[in-house]
Ligand binder design. Structure first.
Ligand code: DI6
Ligand code: FE
Length: 409
């Protein structure tokens, strides 16, 4: 069979199948045609392929391209000064209540043009790309009014035009209260549902809809209204749930068949059971846990016992997780939350793809999926989780293209 490119003499962690196994192949081959994988498995069992380009991997490891399934990477400004205030004793919640926090990023985001938002996000996105990320989720939620939310989502979409990267976008209008809403949360949610969300959906700017269910965010009843509106526009939902307290957002997300419930430090067993039953992915965000010095850990044992899907993401954002390394997020998930190496690797590939509703296209090395690969200079997969601040990526492949022959950029 004629294909475009072959990678041979590689060790594969295909991540295919269920559970925490890595789907290891010792002497593996990947064949790509038209940007898709047509074969990933043992060389010895492969059909006879011919290709104009054959890459000898010299025994290197190949994993699926990494998937960062939860970021707020498009935003104006930064919050380094609030970081200093927190070091002097202020808490994340106090700063938010005092009009800082998300609202201070809102002001900088509203003041920026779409081009400026794109330009300021690119160095952060490039840091993720340099570590093998090939699929990136980006949320809005720092505009908090229609035009600025749409501007942010357009900038997010453009990341996927100027970089060799698959981008999914999430509308997070219900992230925080804009000052002009004068504290009337029900009225603001009405604007989100009747004005912002329909416009975003009509423009095709969002692949899903998210909300922040929290005392400093929105109540479960208000989130349910957003979810109903999302369903009416045919958009899947996800939820920031149980980050700082337990408002039973996980159960709510499960009831709506959400793609994911994210954070979950304060989730209880009923919430975990509901997630597992619904197939809603539990997305753990150890960068935020670390950076706000949270002490309550997500109940990893309960998640395991109930068979919940567990993903890991950077939560890259200016306030609670100024993190642009998915490798470091994996290390933190292992060290802080006690996830296993296999869980961390699945969490940043297959399970992250599931959390985006993209498991049909990315997240594992299997025929029929996009040929998105990360090729590593490592001797065992644990090295991807074990090191801190070191990047062992040898090469990244997106839709079958590598290095300088990337289709765009
Ligand atoms: N939870 C978070 O950790 C981020 N958003 C959210 O709902 C933080 C956003 C920020 O502080 O800018
Ligand atoms: Fe977040």
């Amino acid at each position: 069979m004629q294909v475009d490119r072959l990678w041979k003499n590689a060790r594969l962690a295909t991540m295919a199948g269920q559970g925490s196994g890595l789907g290891l192949v010792d002497k593996g081959l990947i064949a790509c045609r038209g940007g898709d994988i047509v074969y990933a498995g043992p060389e010895a069992e492969a059909p006879a392929f011919t290709a104009p380009d054959v890459v000898d991997c010299a025994g290197r490891w190949i994993t699926p391209g990494l998937v960062d399934c939860h970021t707020h990477i498009v935003h104006g400004g930064n919050r380094a000064h609030e970081f200093e205030l927190r070091l002097a004793g202020a808490t994340y919640e106090e700063l938010a209540r005092a009009g800082g926090g998300i609202v201070s990023t809102m002001k900088a985001t509203r003041a920026a043009t779409e081009d400026e938002l794109l330009a300021s996000a690119l160095p952060r996105v490039d840091a993720l790309i340099a570590e093998g990320v090939t699929t990136l989720e980006v949320k809005s939620g720092y505009g908090l009014e229609r035009a600025a939310e749409m501007k942010s989502l357009k900038a997010a979409r453009r990341l996927g035009e100027v970089r060799p990267l698959s981008v999914t976008t999430t509308f997070l209008g219900a992230h925080a209260m804009p000052p002009e809403a004068a504290g009337d949360k029900d009225a603001y949610i009405g604007t989100v549902c009747r004005d912002m969300l329909p416009a975003v959906a009509a423009a095709g700017l969002a692949d899903s809809v998210d909300a922040f269910c929290e005392t400093i965010g929105f109540t479960p009843e208000q989130v349910a209204r957003v979810f109903e509106a999302a369903k009416a526009h045919g958009l899947p939902v996800k939820l920031h749930a149980e980050q700082l307290s337990n408002l039973h957002g996980a159960a709510l997300a499960a009831r709506f068949g959400a793609q994911s419930a994210d954070h979950l430090e304060h989730v209880d067993e009923a919430g975990v059971a509901a997630l597992a039953r619904a197939g809603t992915v539990a997305v753990l965000l150890p960068g935020a846990f670390y950076f706000v010095r949270e002490t309550q850990k997500p109940p990893v044992d309960l998640l395991r016992r109930h068979g919940a899907h567990i993903a890991i993401a950077s939560d890259s954002n200016p306030g609670s997780s100024p993190l642009t390394s998915l490798l470091l997020a994996m290390n933190m998930a292992a060290t802080l939350f006690r996830l296993t190496v296999d869980e961390c690797l699945a969490g940043a590939t297959r399970e992250a793809a599931r959390a985006l509703g993209r498991l049909d296209r990315v997240g594992t090395l299997e025929a029929g999926k996009s040929c998105d690969l990360a090729i590593w200079n490592i001797e065992r997969p644990a090295e991807l989780v074990y090191r801190m601040g070191f990047n062992p990526l040898h090469q990244r492949v997106w839709r079958g293209g590598m290095g300088l022959d990337l289709p765009r950029g």
